[in-house]
Design a protein around this ligand. Structure first.
Ligand code: URA
Length: 233
């Protein structure tokens, strides 16, 4: 893998920051200064400022994101971040996609950059299931409109599944991930969202995971994510 990806996997820095370390001549590979285009394998000896580094194992965490926490690595307004919530884990993981600060629910974090990229790519969009509390009580016809697709300012939404869970509570299953999509779809049909929760991401459920807690995915779940992001082309 590329030297900057190796440094990111070793938990040293983001790939962009790793490039700066490499350019500054602080990284050596088998005793020689590393270059931006250097490729390394498990057998190479990589050092930063003379300290040996080891590649971290791949990690996949499912976080139950609470409200009021932002899905970025740092927040200019100083709000808590999802990365801080998983800081106890020994690896340096980043979120796959985003949830709004006031949205709760399932958020995947990983240091497997390739998998993260594929899962977030519109071509492979995996299913995301949301439970929305809304103003008013959407009719059956409104639910069918949500399923067929609604016109938003960035285009019509793709076919979805919509179900009434209770009065003023709707479940929406989407294969897209546009910014504020659920809120905008429900606003467009006259039922603004008052609370939003993502109950499932790519079939992964939060059962037994309390808000603010996370769990590590089982090997079988990781294998499923790999197969989903390969086959859903
Ligand atoms: N749609 C939204 O409107 N907000 C989210 O956080 C996720 C999906």
């Amino acid at each position: 893998m590329r030297l900057n990806a190796y440094l990111a996997r070793a938990g040293v820095a983001s790939r962009r920051k790793a490039d700066e370390l490499i350019k500054a001549g602080r990284v050596t590979v088998n005793g020689e200064p590393g270059q931006l285009n250097t490729f390394v394998s498990g057998r190479d000896r990589v050092e930063l400022d003379g300290w040996p580094l080891e590649k971290q194992r791949l990690a996949h965490l499912l976080l139950h994101k609470p409200a009021g926490v932002v899905t970025t690595a740092s927040d200019p307004q100083g709000r808590p971040t999802v990365v801080e919530l998983v800081a106890d884990h020994e690896t340096r993981v980043v979120p796959v996609g985003r949830l709004d600060a006031d949205t709760t629910g399932a958020l995947l974090l990983t240091n497997d950059g390739e998998l993260a990229h594929r899962l977030a790519h519109p071509r492979y969009e995996v299913e995301k299931v949301y439970e929305a509390e809304v103003e008013g009580d959407p009719s059956d016809e409104t639910l069918r409109r949500l399923e067929r697709g609604v016109e938003l300012d960035d285009g019509r939404t793709a076919p979805a599944r919509a179900k009434r869970l209770a009065p003023s509570r709707v479940e929406l299953a989407l294969h897209e991930g546009r910014k504020h999509q659920v809120k905008r779809m429900l606003e467009a049909v006259g039922h603004p969202v008052t609370r939003l929760h993502r109950s499932r991401y790519a079939g992964l459920s939060l059962e037994g995971v309390e808000p603010g807690e996370w769990r590590e995915l089982e090997p079988g779940e990781v294998a499923r994510l790999h197969s989903l992001s390969r086959s859903e082309v």
